[in-house]
Design a protein around this ligand. Structure first.
Ligand SMILES: O=C(O)CCC(=O)C(=O)O
Ligand SMILES: [Fe+2]
Length: 342
């Protein structure tokens, strides 16, 4: 079971003992799992994301030609609506629909990768409510990043330098609707995996889902089956030993995981963890990706090097260049690992 961390002590500015404890727990969760539950009850009311799912339901319920009005192809291929089975993973059509939104850009140009405009459903209240969610998730991103900085023992100046790399996040919000019609129950092998094993690219992912269980699986490398709830899941990823554990939704919590930028910042101390999603039943999922600024120069942090007592090994990247290399050349960007999936 992944750790559950309450965000409440991080919300105030004062350096209390409880805050320090929370930062230490964040640090060990990132060292050990790269994944944790974040209880955000003190930050947002549970009715808010439930309202988002209801709006999503209104949109996905519309006739297909209505939904196609905001199709990916109208824009830069990344922003907008992907219809059912538009994507293919491991030779099987994905059984989900979705809408992707990215940070708006200055001088949008839909012929440039990722540089188009967001396309909002015409469902009343949709844009406003999701807009509020984006703002809240951006604030949450800064709050958690600040806590992680403290957990790493960063100085005020070091935090300031990191803050400047993330204060204009090139965020992404994805809305996923899995529809399970006429699918057989999932056999205990890889069949049915709807979003193949991958690591997230950026900084922090905050995943809200409806209460549907047994969808998200997280790979614990090195874990022996006795240590984990394996629920009959496949036990190998590539040649690496480990187990897939299931991260079921917990009321009041989002699932939070770190992306590959943290791998670079911490010089490999924190590792972005493999995860995948499996079809089980109809399901709304809203991952929010809190990412570095597009022009952020991401390089190993002194605080991490102090802990490791070793020189920097990870190659610095400009976040936007890294992102373009991953998704820019491939607008069918949800094809599993190596396929340019976000
Ligand atoms: O829906 C989920 O559980 C996670 C989706 C995901 O991993 C992703 O979009 O990167
Ligand atoms: Fe992911």
């Amino acid at each position: 079971m992944l750790p559950v961390i309450d965000v409440a002590p991080l919300l105030g500015d004062s350096p209390t003992e409880l805050r320090a404890k929370t930062c230490a727990v964040l640090h060990s969760a990132c060292l050990e799992y790269g994944f944790f539950y974040l209880n955000i009850s003190a930050f947002v009311d549970a009715s808010e994301p439930e309202g988002l799912a209801a709006l999503a339901h209104q949109f996905f319920d519309l006739p297909q030609d209505e939904k196609e009005k905001i199709a990916l192809r109208n824009q830069d291929g990344a922003r907008g609506y992907a219809r059912l089975k538009e994507n293919v993973t491991m030779g099987k059509a994905d059984n989900h629909e979705g809408i992707d939104f990215y940070r708006p850009v200055e001088n949008p140009d839909k012929t440039r990768p990722l540089w188009g405009e967001n396309q909002w459903p015409a469902v009343p209240g949709f844009r406003q409510k999701y807009g509020i969610w984006v703002e809240k998730m951006k604030r949450l991103g800064m709050i958690v990043m600040r806590g992680m900085a403290d957990g790493l023992g960063m100085t005020a100046d070091e935090w300031e330098d990191l803050r400047k790399q993330i204060d204009d996040s090139f965020w992404v919000m994805r809305l996923i609707f899995f529809l399970l019609v006429g699918y057989p129950p999932l056999p205990a092998d890889h069949d049915g995996v709807s979003c193949g094993a991958h690591r997230d690219y950026g900084c922090l992912t905050f995943l809200w889902t409806d209460p549907t269980r047994d969808a998200l699986q997280v790979f614990m490398s090195g874990a022996s089956p006795a240590e984990s709830d394996t629920s009959g899941l496949p036990q190998e990823q590539g040649g690496e030993q480990g187990v897939w554990i299931t991260a079921n939704p917990i009321p009041g919590c989002v699932v939070c995981n770190i992306g590959e930028m943290w791998d670079i910042w911490t010089n490999g101390l924190y590792r972005a963890t493999l995860h995948q999603v499996v079809h089980r039943s109809n399901n709304y999922r809203i991952p929010f990706f809190f990412e570095p600024n597009f022009d952020a120069h991401v390089r190993p942090l002194d605080a991490a090097l102090r802990i490791q007592k070793k020189p920097p090994e990870k190659k610095p990247v400009i976040y936007g260049e890294f992102l373009m290399a991953k998704v820019g050349g491939n607008f069918d960007f949800k094809k599993g690992e190596g396929g340019g999936r976000y």
